[in-house]
Write a protein that binds this ligand. Structure first.
Ligand code: NI
Length: 389
């Protein structure tokens, strides 16, 4: 362990410089061409790895040990977001309107560092380590599912992955047993009334007023129609209608997100929503369109795999570093891999108030404390030998 931590520390500057290169050159989901090429070329310089391209913009590297054993997969995502960066540091995004505002640049850099160290330890590895550099985490249907379909999980016994987490202080590692992140579904509603003069509302079917009632009544599903002990979010996040002050518009468009963990509850939501939408619109002589799309599966961590991560954190950083966190209603397509093998996803604390690293993920001023990258590499390295023995 001492040795592994030492090797992680030695890699630190290199990992930071990879992260800065990636941060400066962000690419959107499904368009990670240069990123994937950079990862491919960097991995190629390490030696001992079998490197392939499972999909157009993803990369997989296999490190096959000298002795037979189990196979561990470690996943990092590589995509950026459509945000204009407001940071002014030297390595701020060079691509207008595109930014690594979620820390995936750091994930890629940490996994490159891990692959570099492990590739040099090939002779002491029992079994196999697979490194997944995944495209398109931010955009449904996501890169995880595509990579699974390309067969990357065939023969994998365990899968792990991490997210750098700004709400968690640098130095901490967040571990969650069982349900960790929710299934994120999306819906679209169009309320269709009859437009007309705002001064003569009785001659119209006012889509604004009816859509407002749809929004309000949808909240009854969470508060009144489902078990309070189940976790569920229904948020209407967009309300589009109207052009000016004296015209009642003919229609209003809404969209939003539904977050849940339980599959049965999840499957019941479109029906419950449609009942409300249908009832409210019919009551006021309007009609509607309703579309519901199931997104990623929830991230549900395996008990045994999570235990390995917890023990690793205790041994490497001490018990104070461990934060046994509550689940949250965010979504992650790491869940795609967990359909194929037991897995654990965890958070590496990357916030630092003293350094002004306080902005939330997906914010134009988001960044990470780069000191956190070394911590992530340490967890990956030590966990690898725990999983493979
Ligand atoms: Ni992210």
């Amino acid at each position: 362990m001492e040795n592994l931590n030492h090797l992680a520390t030695e890699m630190k500057d290199q990992v930071i410089s990879w992260r800065r290169y990636l941060h400066e050159n962000p690419e959107l989901s499904f368009h990670e061409e240069k990123t994937a090429q950079f990862v491919y070329d960097t991995l190629s310089s390490f030696g001992n790895l079998e490197i392939t391209r499972p999909t157009k913009t993803s990369v997989m590297a296999r490190l096959i040990g000298k002795r037979p054993g189990k196979t561990l997969a470690i996943r990092a995502d590589m995509d950026a977001l459509p945000i204009q960066e407001e940071n002014t540091f030297l390595f701020a995004s060079k691509n207008p309107g595109v930014m690594h505002a979620c820390g995936h640049d750091g994930h890629t850099a940490m996994l490159l560092g891990t692959a570099k160290v492990l590739s040099e330890l090939q002779s002491s590895i029992k079994g196999e380590v697979r490194f997944f550099f995944q495209h398109a985490e931010e955009l449904y249907p996501g890169g995880g599912e595509e990579m699974v379909r390309a067969g990357v999980m065939d023969g994998v016994d365990f899968v792990i992955g991490t997210h750098l987490w700004a709400p968690l202080e640098k130095g901490k590692v967040g571990v969650v047993y069982g349900p960790m992140m929710a299934a994120p579904d999306t819906f679209w509603i169009k309320v269709k009334g009859k437009g007309g003069h705002a001064a003569l509302p009785h001659q119209t079917v006012d889509s604004i007023v009816i859509a407002a009632q749809v929004v309000t009544n949808l909240q009854h599903i969470v508060s009144r129609n489902t078990d309070p002990l189940d976790n569920l979010v229904i948020s209407v996040t967009q309300f589009i209608g109207g052009t000016t002050h004296n015209v009642i518009p003919g229609s209003v468009e809404l969209c939003g997100t539904v977050r849940s963990f339980d599959q049965k509850l999840r499957e019941s939501i479109p029906g419950k929503m449609e009942r409300v939408i249908k009832g409210v619109t019919e009551a006021h002589e309007a009609v509607y369109d309703f579309k519901y799309e199931f997104g990623y599966r929830p991230v549900i961590n395996d008990e045994e795999a999570t235990k390995v991560i917890e023990e690793t954190v205790r041994e490497v950083f001490g018990g104070e570093a461990l934060d046994l966190m509550r689940p949250n209603m965010g979504g992650e397509d790491f869940s795609a891999y967990q359909q194929k093998a037991p897995g654990a996803f965890f958070y590496v604390g990357a916030g630092n108030e003293e350094k002004g690293i306080i902005y939330p993920h997906h914010h134009a001023k988001f960044t990470i404390d780069e000191e956190a990258l070394e911590n992530g590499v340490k967890v990956f390295l030590n966990a690898t030998f725990k999983f493979l023995g």
